[in-house]
Design a protein. Sequence first.
Length: 221
Amino acid sequence: MTLPSPASTSVDAMLAAAHTMDERALRAELRDRARDLGVDVVVTDVVLPFLNAVGRAWERGDCSVATEQFASQVVRSWLTGAAQSDAPTATLTTDPVVLACPPGERHDLGLLCFHVLLVGAGVPSRFLGSDTPLPGLADVCRVVGASGVIVAATRRRVFEAHGGALRVLARHYPLAIGGAGADADLAQRVDATLLPADMRRSVAQVVRWHRGDAVGLTVSA
């Protein structure tokens, strides 16, 4: 008999805590697993599966919108704290990668997870979150001296609605796109690099690019 992994056990425990709105238990599970497994493993193997499971439960009608919002906000708070404490020197370094979701994209927790992983890997990162106006994103890039930009969306039409602005952005900064709404055809149309769906591979790619070990944001097969 195959025993459940610590990560899958944590996901089950977090789901139970979310259904009973037990914030203390939810935070304790995240804290304890981060101590035991490390923040990066918790992000990829616990937080992301947990958020997916909550989303599926909502789609089935097994949890309310309030439950989903509660779970999301507790996880957001933990992720923000993890980004601030994991590698403080990286967050102060110049030439950061700037991360944002374009207007019309409200789901930014996946990108926040990516931000936490980048910071933990030593890549300076600025996370702007959901519904970021692209002219404002360009302004931020100029102010911080961005070394590149990553834009994420869960729906293709969100990218398509801002294709022109993304192409303008790509003329000035290396641009990568990711999330469920991104694909290779779209990336080519906006002069961007498509990041792999697997978040670990995406992080490794950006780490190599930021360190100058690769030209641009070209994704290997």
